[in-house]
Design a protein around this ligand. Structure first.
Ligand code: ZN
Length: 478
């Protein structure tokens, strides 16, 4: 919850004022309405994606976590709640639920998990906080004085952001940190999240002991760190009582041996390979392979190939890719890495051959799709890149990166009106309406395009200006 509250305030304040703040008596408890919670969450996520430097914008890592999360949320009682999972590059062990079903996980936690069931255990616990409405109940249970304090801070946050004055922003962050403690879950909520989380874990077919083993290890870390306990323990107070509670519940479920998925191991290797010192990571993976001390040979070779690629040792990276081929791995992550190695070495035909073959097997895989279009552009085949991007956009019109790739394709073909129009769609999907409008204005002045393209741009510009005016109206309550 490092930035949770700070951003909550930004939206909560205008929304509450615009819609009429309910008259909360000193002791009245009103749960936060679900639509408002979702809007708060969406605004936070927009900021996270655009401004949080630790946000991991990696389609493979995100897709893996969301697939795991979807399997777990499908095993929870139906609440109509949507979930979105994302990863922050942070070595500390933490995970947290934001309002609206957005669940963030630190990369350090994914790497500290010794089995997929352990990671699933933490996600199940967070999903339970959401389905049991813990955040909404806590945010609703603030008295009027606290709500007023939130509003005052929200204004300060907005001012700090529009001035982009860092010292002011830092001051506000400090104030928010003081209020953050209000959002720590109570022991009752923790116990409920454990109970519901274990049920979810069991129903989804994972090893329920994963929850206890991970929490026990977190507690050991906690003792090790003393005053600087892992974030997870601060936001989810872990007591001996809680652990024995979890263990008792687990005794009531059936023992089950669950193998980790290949992608769990590959994602962990990718996170290790792409963070910190590349040389150190390469030495680490090489040692694992030399001493044959690894959980998964595929993951160790994948990690070594990815770090060698980062170090631009293309031959060494290719040697590991060849070994991976020999191990006959079916994961599209391996295909994508193999293509990346060819692309980085300047062998675009080789990369394109890999994408063609892999996409025939995994037609809905986004990393392969984006990689293929990027390789087509690198190979000077802009027309083919445009065709692929445009065809896929028919199927998934709200795919933001695909609009970005379409814009690059148009740029390569010298079609300026269409380039700015596609770029506008990317910005609009990211919630950057002002930037989107600017792109459409550039499209109008581009000096190319036919009558129909111009009228399309004009119509889109009118629609986005109206949407922007509506947002501004909602954000200026004072
Ligand atoms: Zn918790």
């Amino acid at each position: 919850m490092r930035f949770g509250l700070l951003f909550c305030l930004v939206l909560l304040a205008p929304a509450a004022l615009a819609e009429g703040l309910p008259d909360l008596g000193e002791a009245s408890y009103v749960d936060l309405p679900p639509q408002m919670e979702r809007r708060i969450g969406e605004t936070i996520m927009r900021d996270v994606r655009l401004r949080e430097p630790s946000y991991i914008d990696d389609v493979e890592v995100t897709a893996y976590l969301n697939a795991l999360g979807a399997r777990l949320s499908a095993a929870t009682p139906e609440t109509g709640q949507n979930f979105e999972f994302f990863v922050l590059r942070d070595a500390t062990l933490n995970a947290f639920a934001l309002p609206g079903g957005y669940i963030g996980v630190h990369s350090g936690l994914i790497q500290a998990a010794q089995s997929e069931s352990e990671l699933a255990g933490v996600l199940s616990h967070e999903i339970a906080h959401v389905t049991q409405k813990h955040l909404a109940r806590m945010m609703g249970r603030q008295n009027q004085a606290q709500v007023a304090q939130w509003l005052a801070m929200a204004v300060a946050v907005l001012a700090a952001r529009s001035n982009s004055d860092l010292s002011q922003a830092a001051m506000v962050t400090g104030a928010a940190a003081g209020v953050q403690t209000m959002l720590n879950y109570s022991r009752d909520f923790e116990r409920e999240a454990d109970r519901v989380g274990i049920q979810t874990l069991d129903r989804a077919g994972f090893d329920v002991r994963g929850m206890a083993s991970f929490f026990e290890r977190l507690q050991k870390f906690g003792r090790l760190y003393e005053n600087n306990a892992p974030g997870y323990l601060r936001t989810h107070p872990l007591t001996t009582e809680r652990i024995s509670d979890i263990e008792n519940r687990i005794l009531q479920t059936q023992y089950r041996q669950v193998a980790d998925s290949v992608d769990f191991q590959l994602v962990r290797a990718k996170l290790r390979a792409t963070q910190g010192d590349a040389g150190e990571a390469a030495a680490d993976f090489a040692a694992q392979l030399r001493e044959r001390k690894f959980q998964s040979e595929i993951a160790a070779r994948y990690g070594l190939a990815a770090t060698q690629l980062r170090l631009r040792n293309f031959a060494a990276a290719q040697a590991q890719v060849d070994e991976l081929r020999r191990l006959k791995t079916a994961s599209p992550m391996v295909d994508n890495l193999a293509a990346d190695v060819r692309k980085a070495a300047g062998d675009f035909d080789g990369a394109l051959a890999i994408y063609r073959e892999a996409r025939a097997r995994h037609s809905r895989n986004k990393a392969l799709l984006y990689g293929q279009i990027d390789a087509l552009l690198a190979a000077g085949q802009a027309q083919a890149a445009l065709k692929t991007a445009s065809e896929e956009l028919q199927l998934t019109p709200s795919d933001a990166p695909l609009h970005g790739l379409q814009a690059r394709s148009y740029a390569a073909l010298g079609k300026r009106l269409q380039q700015h129009r596609a770029q506008a769609e990317l910005y609009a999907l990211q919630g950057q309406l002002v930037a989107a409008i600017q792109q459409l204005e550039l499209a109008q002045k581009a000096g190319d395009g036919d009558f129909f393209e111009h009228s399309q741009v004009d119509a889109r510009l009118r629609a986005l200006r109206a949407r922007h005016a509506e947002e501004v109206k909602q954000q200026l309550p004072m």
